[in-house]
Design a protein around this ligand. Structure first.
Ligand code: PHE
Length: 489
C-alpha cells in the first residue's frame, strides 16, 4: 500500500479516475473541479506516482493566406477553365488571371484535363476540353477554409494536391488523457478522509466544526511549480548587498557624475598627461561639451606644480609641462576614483570612510570578459593610524562577506598609489583579479591638504557577479534574457 498525502482536489481526481481513462475536460466534469484545478491536481498525482498523463499530438490542417484566397475565389485553373468554356480557346496571356497565377495555371489545366494545348504561330493556345469535373482538392480547400481538420479525417488525395501547392498550414494540438498507474489503482481511497480541511476559515473557528475534522498535511518536500514573479536584476541585487556590507562597516555612500573633466578623472590623481590610458583608444572623450572651464585656480595651480616639479612635496613630479587644455577635456569617467578625489578635495578632515558603486566607461572591445561600461566598487579610509595591513584586512573582510573567503594580494602599479596592489579571489582552482587598491601618494593628497594615509580601492562588480552566478560570458549581465533573469537569484 502506498502512503502519500493527498489534497482534497487530488482525492476528487483520483476518485473520478476509478472509472477509467478520462480527458481533462471529462475529469473536470466528473470531479466538479475547474479545468485549471483539474490539471494541477492531476500533475500533482503524477508526481506522486498515482496518475499517468499521456500526451498525444494531432496535426490539423487549415488554409494559409493563399489557400484562403483560392477557397473564396476558386482555384486559378477552375476560373480559367470556366472562362475558356464561355469565351472559347485563347492564348494564356488573355486569361483573366494575375501574372503569378498565369505561371502555374497551364500545368494544372493540363493535369486536370480542362484544356488541350495547341501550338500556333502566335504561341501556345488553350483549347477547352469541355471537362469541368471537380477534383478532391476543391471541396477540401473550401472545407479547410471553414475550420481546421485533423490529419485522420481529411481526404488524402485532396490533401496531397493542396499540400503540394502550398495552400495549407498545420497546427499541432496536444490531447491529454489521465489514467491510474498500478499504484493509483491499488490506492486505498477508503482509508482517506475526503473531508480534510485544506484551509481554515474564520467561520470554521467560530462554529467549532474544525474540531471534528482532520487537517490536510502539507508535503514540505514536494516540488512546487515555478511562479512567474518579478525579480531584481542580479547586478542590482549585488549592489544592494555591497551597500549593506559597507554601511555595516561604518562607511557612507557618495555619488558622482558620469561626465567629468580630465582634471578630476586624471590630473588630480597624478596621472601624467602623456599616460597611455588617456589616449583616444582607451577613453571616451566628449564632443559636447568638449571641455570644461575649471575655475578653481588655486587647486589648478597646485596640481600643475605637482605634475611639473613636485610642488611643495619632496617629489620631483613628472618633469614635463602641464597643459590646462588637456586637463579641461570632457570625458566619460574611466573610474570611480574621480568621485573619491572630488570628495577629498572638499573633505580633508579624518576620519573618513566613504564608498561608491557606479558605472565607469572605457573603450574596451566587447567580449566574454570585457565591457565598455562596467561597475566599480570604490572606497577610501582616511585615518591617522591607517596602514597597508588595515587595507588588506578591510578588503579581505569585504570579499569574505560577499562569499569569497580566499583572497590574496599582489603588487601592482597605479600612478596615484604607493604601495599599490591587486586583489585576487580564489574561485575553483584559479585566482581571479578583481580590482586595484593602494595608499594615495603624497602627490595626490598634498594639493588638498590631507596629511594622513588614504587607503583606496576600486573593485570590479561584474566579474564578481560572474563568479557568484557561475556565468562564463559577462555580456549575459546586460542581455536582458528574461528567462535567465527570472531563474537567477
Ligand atoms: N582606479 C583603479 C582602476 O580603475 C582602481 C584603484 C582605485 C586603484 C583606488 C587604487 C586605488 O583600476
Amino acid at each position: 500500500m502506498v502512503k502519500v498525502d493527498l489534497s482534497s482536489n487530488e482525492i476528487k481526481i483520483l476518485k473520478a479516475l476509478q472509472g477509467g481513462t478520462l480527458s481533462p475536460s471529462e475529469a473536470s466534469l466528473a470531479s466538479g473541479l475547474g479545468e485549471k484545478e483539474t490539471m494541477s491536481a492531476a500533475s500533482w498525482l503524477r508526481s506522486k506516482g498515482l496518475v499517468k498523463i499521456s500526451e498525444k499530438s494531432t496535426t490539423f490542417y487549415l488554409t494559409n493566406n493563399e489557400g484562403q484566397k483560392y477557397a473564396e475565389e476558386g482555384l486559378p485553373e477552375r476560373r480559367a477553365a470556366e472562362w475558356l468554356n464561355q469565351f472559347g480557346e485563347s492564348p494564356i496571356e488573355d486569361l483573366p488571371l494575375d501574372e503569378g497565377e498565369k505561371k502555374v495555371v497551364v500545368g494544372w489545366l493540363k493535369r486536370k484535363n480542362f484544356v488541350d494545348l495547341e501550338k500556333t504561330e502566335g504561341g501556345l493556345k488553350l483549347v477547352p476540353t469541355g471537362n469541368l469535373n471537380e477534383t478532391p482538392d476543391e471541396p477540401l480547400l473550401v472545407l479547410l477554409n471553414r475550420r481546421p481538420i485533423s490529419e485522420k479525417k481529411v481526404d488524402k488525395e485532396g490533401l496531397t494536391l493542396l499540400k503540394g501547392r502550398q495552400l495549407l498550414e498545420t497546427r499541432e494540438e496536444i490531447t491529454r488523457k489521465f489514467s491510474l498507474t498500478p499504484d493509483g489503482q491499488n490506492f486505498d481511497l477508503k482509508s482517506i478522509d475526503d473531508n480534510l480541511i485544506g484551509e481554515l476559515t474564520p467561520e470554521m473557528i467560530q462554529s467549532g466544526v474544525w474540531k471534528d475534522k482532520v487537517f490536510q498535511r502539507y508535503g514540505l518536500d514536494t516540488n512546487v511549480e515555478p511562479t512567474d514573479h518579478a525579480t531584481l536584476h542580479p547586478l542590482t541585487h549585488f549592489t544592494e548587498e555591497i551597500r549593506s556590507i559597507f554601511l555595516q562597516m561604518g562607511f557612507t555612500e557618495i555619488e558622482g557624475d558620469y561626465v567629468e573633466s580630465a582634471f578630476w578623472n586624471m590630473d588630480a590623481l597624478f596621472i601624467p598627461q602623456d599616460h597611455p590610458a588617456r589616449e583616444l583608444q582607451d577613453t571616451f572623450y566628449l564632443s559636447e561639451p568638449a571641455s570644461f572651464v575649471i575655475n578653481d585656480e588655486e587647486t589648478m595651480d597646485r596640481v600643475k606644480a605637482i605634475h611639473e616639479d613636485g610642488g611643495e612635496t619632496e617629489s620631483v613630479g613628472w618633469g614635463s609641462d602641464w597643459s590646462r587644455e588637456v586637463a579641461q577635456q570632457a570625458l566619460l569617467r574611466t573610474h570611480t576614483t574621480v568621485g573619491t578625489i572630488r570628495y577629498l578635495s572638499e573633505h580633508s578632515e579624518p576620519p573618513i570612510r566613504v564608498f561608491s558603486v557606479g558605472r565607469v566607461f572605457r573603450r574596451e572591445a566587447l567580449d566574454a570578459t570585457h565591457l565598455p561600461e562596467f561597475t566599480q566598487v570604490e572606497g577610501i579610509i582616511v585615518e591617522p593610524e591607517a596602514n597597508f595591513g588595515m587595507l588588506i584586512g578591510v578588503l579581505k573582510e569585504f570579499y569574505r562577506r560577499m562569499g569569497f573567503p580566499d583572497v590574496r594580494v599582489r603588487p601592482a602599479y597605479f600612478p596615484y598609489t604607493e604601495p599599490s596592489m591587486e586583489v585576487e579571489v580564489k574561485f575553483g582552482d584559479s585566482w581571479l583579479e578583481l580590482g586595484g587598491s593602494g595608499i594615495f601618494r603624497p602627490e595626490v593628497t598634498a594639493p588638498f591638504g590631507i596629511d594622513c594615509p588614504v587607503l583606496a580601492w576600486g573593485l570590479g562588480l561584474e566579474r564578481l557577479a560572474m563568479l557568484r552566478l557561475g556565468i562564463k560570458d559577462i555580456r549575459m549581465l546586460y542581455q536582458s534574457d528574461l528567462q535567465w533573469l527570472k531563474e537567477t537569484i
